[in-house]
Design a protein around this ligand. Structure first.
Ligand code: F6P
Length: 304
């Protein structure tokens, strides 16, 4: 997200615009926690995880009164357009401001990669690389101890992190919300691998299908094998962003500024087939993010 903040501020400065940063998301906006941003305020942040603007989930902003307060604050500061980095909830908030006559553009940022109309979201690749690095380490001990490891990764409603990490790290089984896998099938795959001489197994569970602990218990009960559980948790949400994420954030952040300058609003920017695109919020809300099931089939076929 820092790379996106940097890109918007620098692109705006390039166009001679004045920029403000809003701390703590919509919560900060309603309270007027707004500061002027200069070229210097975004120096030395492109390689840092998190966001220098902080973030927050806001219930109050979902109310009519909260949104009116937000528009009032924006106008009071002489702000004419707003760029919101976030996911579905953030975009719906942005649209509510546009409906009140305030131009907004959304930049997709979430590790879950669950926003429609963009192939990738900012943060996904960094989280993915963190997961793969962790699994590589777990694999060493899985091999040495000849055990079954069940690793739980984030992704509230989407299995992208689990799927891509499972394929990239060579997991035996990947459990994602988009593809129902029953326990019989999991056990069958584990036994088949065992019979072919596999001494260890790695199973990735997307948090959206249940907890790793539950699956570990079920698998031990059915196979009698020793299992170990790792919940990667918030380690997936931090760390220095990958080059891919920095590139994506820079391109999307700059595109958002350009769109506002063209007089466009009520849209999100995204990347499709490596081209930067912009899409109406309503169109994005009418679609669901679709996980690429061919990648799932590929992972299954390679993990036999
Ligand atoms: O939506 C992004 C996400 O990282 C999910 O993958 C995860 O379930 C959730 O946020 C964690 O949220 P919090 O940090 O508020 O517990």
């Amino acid at each position: 997200m820092n790379a996106a903040v940097r890109a918007t501020v620098r692109r705006a400065a390039f166009h001679g615009l004045q920029m403000y940063g809003i701390n703590h998301g919509y919560n900060g906006l309603m309270r007027g926690d707004i500061k002027e941003m200069t070229l210097g305020s975004v120096g030395d942040i492109i390689h840092r995880g998190g966001t220098i603007l902080y973030t927050a989930r806001s219930e109050e902003f979902k109310t009519e009164a909260g949104q009116e307060l937000a528009v009032e604050q924006l106008r009071r500061h002489g702000i004419e357009g707003l760029i919101v980095i976030g996911g579905d909830g953030s975009f719906r908030g942005a649209q509510s401001l546009t409906k009140k006559g305030f131009p907004t553009i959304g930049v997709p940022g979430t590790i879950d990669n669950d926003i429609p109309c963009t192939d990738f979201t900012i943060g996904f690749d960094t989280a993915l690389n963190t997961i793969v690095e962790a699994i590589d380490k777990i694999r060493d001990t899985a091999t040495s101890h000849e055990r079954t490891y069940i690793i739980e990764v984030m992704g509230r409603d989407a299995g992208d992190l689990a799927l891509y990490a499972g394929l990239a790290a060579g997991a035996e089984t990947i459990l994602i919300p988009e593809a129902a896998t029953d326990l019989d099938e999991i056990v069958e795959r584990l036994h088949a691998g065992h019979h072919r001489g596999k001494k260890h197994s790695i199973i990735i569970v997307a948090e959206g299908v249940g907890s790793a602990a539950e699956y570990a218990e079920l698998i031990t009960r059915r196979t009698g094998w020793e299992t170990r559980v790792t919940v990667l948790g918030h380690i997936q949400r931090g760390g220095s962003p990958t080059a891919f994420d920095r590139m994506l954030a820079s391109r999307l952040g700059a595109a958002a500024v350009d769109l506002l300058l063209e007089g466009k609003a009520d849209r999100m920017v995204g990347v499709q087939n490596n081209q930067i695109v912009d899409v109406d919020f309503d169109e994005a809300f009418s679609k669901r993010h679709r996980l690429d099931l061919s990648v799932y089939q590929l992972a299954l076929s390679l993990s036999i």
